[in-house]
Design a protein around this ligand. Sequence first.
Ligand SMILES: C[S@@+](CC[C@H](N)C(=O)[O-])C[C@H]1O[C@@H](n2cnc3c(N)ncnc32)[C@H](O)[C@@H]1O
Length: 231
Amino acid sequence: MLLLWRLKMVIEKISKQLGQPTKSLLGWMVKRSLIKNNRILEENAVKLCAIQPTDTVLELGFGPGVGLEAAAQLLSSPEGKLIGVDYSEYMYKVSTQRMKHLIASGKVTLHQCSVDAMPLPDSSVDKVFHCNCYYFWPDLREGAAEIHRVMKPGGLMVTTLNLTRLSELASQKVIPGDNWRPENYIDALRATGFIDVGMEDRKDRGLVFQVIFATVCKWRLPGFSDRQKTP
Ligand SMILES: C[S@@+](CC[C@H](N)C(=O)[O-])C[C@H]1O[C@@H](n2cnc3c(N)ncnc32)[C@H](O)[C@@H]1O
C-alpha cells in the first residue's frame, strides 16, 4: 500500500514537471530528457511549417528551446521573426540562455506567459508550431482561440505528437485527463475557426509520429469578433 502511494506521488511529480518544469533535480532531469527525446518531433514540427525567410513564427511551450533553434535558422531575412511562449520560469531562463545572441539582435523574442493569454497583437503571426504541449493546457478551446486570434488569415498551425507514447503515458497517469486525445484538440481547433484540420502519420529516423495541421480562417465566424484585442 505504501509502495503504491509512493509510486503515485512520483508519477504526480513527473507529470507536474512535464507540464511546467521548475528549477529542481527532477526539473533538470525532465529538461535533459526533453532535449534528448523530443528533437525529432521538434525538428519535424519546424520542417512541416514550411517556414519562409520573412515569416513571423511562434512556438508554444518551447521548453528547453530545441525547436526555437531549428526555426531561427530558417528565418534568414531581416524581416523574419521568431517568438516563443512558455509559462515555466525555468524553461524561459534555459531558452533565453540558449537563444541569447538572437534575442540580443532582436530576431527572437521569448515571453513567459500562458498560451491562453499571449501578449501579441491580433493577426500578427504567419506560422505556429508546438510539440508535446497542448495536453497540458487548462482549456483546449481557450488555447486554440488565442492561437487563432494572434495568427494571420491563411496562417498554418502544426503540432507533432507520438500517439503511441502518449497513450502509454496517459494510461500511467503521467499525462493528465483526456485532452491528450488528438480528436479533442482537433475539435477545439475546428470550433475556434481553423479549417483544413487533419492528422497524418509521418516517419523520420525510424520514429513514427503524428502531425496535426490546421489553417486559420477569419471570416464568417459567429462570435469570433468578441475575442479580438487591439495591439
Ligand atoms: C512536455 S514540455 C515540452 C517542451 C518542448 N516542446 C519539447 O517537446 O521538448 C511542455 C512545455 O509546455 C509548457 N506549457 C505547458 N502548458 C503551457 C501553457 N498553458 N502555456 C505556456 N506554456 C505551457 C511547459 O512549461 C513545458 O515547457
